[in-house]
Design a protein around this ligand. Structure first.
Ligand code: FES
Length: 155
């Protein structure tokens, strides 16, 4: 895993992240892209990109496990407090029970989009990232401020 300084912008919102084979081999890379720090993941044939600091309290998602036990949805599990974040959408998931239904049966529910995800494209063996600049706020935006951008990536 690497933490690089700003990567070069290919166009206004598209950034070269690295060679495809290198990212596949690394499985995870953290890049400073424009004003954001982004975790790029290669998992089971697909690339994903997601804000690197957890929306809950800024935990290092690059150290999180990837699991698929949440109604079949693939999640990144934050190493700090085990919040589950869907890899593709950035949804925060939680488990709930309906006390009126017996026997009690926990089900996975969504809190909505909590972690900003970005778009990864591959062209000629090169991997590019396009930042998701949709109007916010999304909770993970808070940890992309200068105060937090100096934490753990530069250690
Ligand atoms: Fe990620 Fe708390 S910081 S679950």
């Amino acid at each position: 895993m690497s933490s690089d300084e700003d990567v070069a912008a290919v166009s206004r919102h598209s950034y070269f992240i690295g060679k495809k084979e290198n990212i596949i081999q690394a499985r995870r890379v953290v890049k400073s892209v424009g004003e954001r720090d982004v975790l790029v993941i290669y998992h089971k044939g697909d690339f994903y990109a997601i804000d690197v600091r957890c929306y809950h309290s800024g935990g290092p998602l690059q150290e999180g496990d990837i699991e698929k036990d949440f109604d079949g949805r693939t999640c990144l599990v934050c190493p700090w407090h085990k919040y589950k974040i869907t890899l593709a959408e950035g949804e925060g998931l939680y488990q709930a029970v309906d006390p009126s239904v017996k026997p009690l049966k926990p089900t996975w529910c969504s809190k909505g989009i909590k972690q900003r995800v970005h778009t990864v494209t591959v062209s000629n063996e090169d991997v590019f990232l396009t930042l998701n600049n949709s109007p916010g706020p999304i909770d993970s935006d808070y940890y992309q401020t200068e105060k937090y951008r100096n934490t753990f990536l530069k250690e």
